[in-house]
Design a protein around this ligand. Structure first.
Ligand code: CDP
Ligand code: MG
Length: 140
């Protein structure tokens, strides 16, 4: 079993697609371990996306992710990180396969509805950032 961090971004919340994201993860057999709705501060956003600092899309990314509430979640499944990335689909709507969340619902690259951690290190870091009060065995 593996844990991963998945977040419905402000565009997904505005479009009322949080339930759809949850439904797809549950249908795939994922178990929801923790969830919270919050509005990210600029500090939290720059920590979450620090790997992208200096990129030309960075300012727009921070503006978007802080533009409204997000739904932050911890999910568990076998190979959860890789499987969640498959369910989410490619960042570019032109490359996101039909049947993926982004492939079915996103048409603008920057507004792609959902974030999913891309490595065990990122998952651990993101879970700690959003759920500092929740301790899991796998983080030990
Ligand atoms: O979200 P994902 O891990 O699939 O993609 P990323 O390459 O790590 O980029 C993180 C986020 O930055 C994307 O989901 C987009 O919201 C944004 N981005 C963008 O707006 N334009 C780009 N050229 C690259 C990323
Ligand atoms: Mg990424």
């Amino acid at each position: 079993m593996e844990k991963t961090f998945i977040m419905v971004k402000p565009d997904g919340m505005r479009r009322k697609l949080a339930g759809e994201v949850i439904k797809r993860l549950e249908a795939k057999g994922f178990q929801l371990l923790a969830a919270r709705v919050l509005s990210m501060s600029r500090d939290m956003a720059s920590e979450h996306y620090k790997e992208h600092q200096g990129q030309d899309f960075y300012a727009g990314l921070i503006k978007h992710i802080t533009s409204g509430p997000v739904l932050a979640m911890v999910w568990q499944a076998p190979d959860a990180i890789e499987v969640a990335r498959l369910l989410v689909g490619h960042r570019n709507p032109l490359k996101a396969a039909v049947g993926t969340i982004r492939g079915d619902y996103a048409s603008i690259s920057a507004e792609n509805l959902v974030h999913a951690a891309d490595s065990p290190e990122a998952a651990a870091r993101e879970i700690e950032l959003f759920f500092p009060d929740v301790k899991y065995d796998s983080k030990e």
